[in-house]
Ligand binder design. Structure first.
Ligand code: NAP
Length: 313
C-alpha cells in the first residue's frame, strides 16, 4: 500500500486540555482551521477530576469531563479538526514542521502550539488510584474547599507540599504532613511558615502505605521508617504533593527544555523555535490551573496567528 500523503494545516495544536482547546477556539475563529492532536485519552487532567467549582461561568460547579466536552464542542463548532492520537515524533528542523501521529498519519504544519500539559506524580498505591477524586487529590487549590472541618494528610516535603498544607489549614481541622525523609526539601521560608502553623502536624521519615475507605477516604496507614511501626491516621482526604512531570518526552532534544523537562519560553508563549509556541502546564509549573492554562492557550493562539500573518506578508 502506498504511504498516506501527509495533510497540511496552517496550525497544529498538540494536547486537548484547557490550554490546547482554548488555543483551538481562538485559532478556529481566526479561520486557521487548526488540527488538534488530542492525546489518548483526550481532555487532559480535568478528565480525572470530579467537581470543578473554580472555573468562572459555572456558578453551580461542573464535572471536569463535562467541562472538557464543552471546550471541545466549542472548538469543533468553529472548524477545528481532531485526531485522537499521540504525537510520536516531531521534526521542527524543517518548515513546514512535521508531526508523526502514528496510525492517524503525518501532518505538516506552518505553526505549532504545544499544550501537552504535565501529570501529577502519584504514590502508585492501588488504594490511592481507586480513591482518586474520592478524597485523594493532587490539587489543594481545586479540592481543599470540599474538606471543611475535616482532618487531612499531605504527602511530600517540597514547596508544593508546604504550600498545600498551609492552604488546607483554611478548611481543615488539622493537616498532617507526611514526608519520607527527616529533612524537608522545601525552601526555608515556606517550611518556616508551615512549621509555625499550629494546625499542622508532622510525620517525618514516614511513608503512606495504604489509603483506607470503600467509597471515600477514611484514613491512611503510615509506616514510620525509624521505628517500623504502622499507624492509622483518620483523615477525610489525602493530598499528594510529590511533584509533576511535564509531558515533553517527545520534544526532548528538539527544543529547549529546562532541567525538569518543562518547555522553556520567552515572551510568554514562544519556544526556542520560531513558529512553535507553548501553552499551559507544559511550561507553567507555577499556577497549574485550568483557567490560567486556558488564558495561556488564548495567548499562544493570538501569538501564532500574528506570526503566521507576518510570515505570509
Ligand atoms: P519537589 O520539589 O520535587 O518535591 C517533591 C517532594 O515529594 C520531595 O520532598 C520528595 O521527597 C517527595 N517525593 C517524591 N516522590 C515521592 C514518592 N514516590 N513518595 C513520597 N515522597 C515523594 O516538587 P514540588 O514541591 O512540586 O516543587 C516543584 C518545583 O516547584 C520546585 O522547584 C519548587 O521550589 C517549585 N515550587 C515553588 C513554589 C513557591 O515558591 N511558592 C511552590 C510550589 C513549587 P525527597 O525530598 O525525599 O526527594
Amino acid at each position: 500500500m502506498a504511504a498516506q500523503e501527509p495533510v497540511h494545516h496552517r496550525l497544529v495544536i498538540v494536547g486537548s486540555g484547557p490550554a490546547g482547546l482554548t488555543a483551538a477556539i481562538y485559532a478556529a475563529r481566526a479561520e486557521l482551521a487548526p488540527l488538534v492532536i488530542a492525546g489518548v485519552p483526550a481532555g487532559g487532567q480535568l478528565m480525572l477530576t470530579s467537581d470543578v467549582e473554580n472555573y468562572p461561568g459555572f456558578p453551580e460547579g461542573i464535572l471536569g469531563p463535562e467541562l472538557m466536552d464543552k471546550f471541545r464542542a466549542q472548538a469543533a463548532r468553529f472548524g477545528t479538526t481532531f485526531w485522537d492520537a499521540h504525537v510520536r515524533a516531531v521534526r521542527f528542523d524543517r518548515h513546514p514542521f512535521e508531526l508523526d501521529a502514528g496510525s492517524s498519519g503525518t501532518v505538516l504544519a506552518d505553526a505549532v502550539i504545544l499544550a501537552t500539559g504535565a501529570n501529577a506524580r502519584w504514590l502508585d498505591l492501588p488504594s490511592e488510584q481507586r480513591l482518586r477524586g474520592k478524597g485523594v487529590s493532587a490539587c489543594a487549590t481545586c479540592d481543599g474547599f470540599f474538606f471543611k472541618g475535616q482532618a487531612l494528610a499531605v504527602v511530600g516535603g517540597g514547596d508544593s507540599a508546604m504550600e498545600e498544607a498551609t492552604f488546607l489549614t483554611k478548611f481543615a481541622s488539622r493537616v498532617t504532613v507526611i514526608h519520607r525523609r527527616q529533612e524537608l526539601r522545601a525552601s526555608r521560608i515556606l517550611e518556616a511558615r508551615a512549621r509555625a502553623n499550629p494546625k499542622i502536624d508532622w510525620r517525618l521519615s514516614s511513608e503512606v502505605v495504604d489509603v483506607l475507605g470503600a467509597d471515600r477516604v477514611e484514613g491512611v496507614r503510615v509506616h514510620d521508617d525509624r521505628t517500623g511501626a504502622v499507624e492509622t491516621l483518620p483523615v477525610g482526604g489525602l493530598f499528594v504533593a510529590i511533584g509533576h512531570d511535564p509531558a515533553t518526552e517527545v520534544f526532548r532534544g528538539v527544543l529547549d527544555l529546562d532541567e525538569r523537562g518543562y518547555v522553556r519560553t520567552h515572551e510568554i508563549t514562544r519556544t526556542s523555535i520560531e513558529g512553535v509556541f507553548a501553552a499551559g502546564d507544559v511550561y507553567d509549573h507555577r499556577y497549574r490551573q485550568a483557567v490560567s492554562a486556558a488564558g495561556l492557550g488564548c495567548m499562544a493562539a493570538l501569538d501564532a496567528e500574528k506570526w503566521l500573518t507576518h510570515q505570509s506578508e
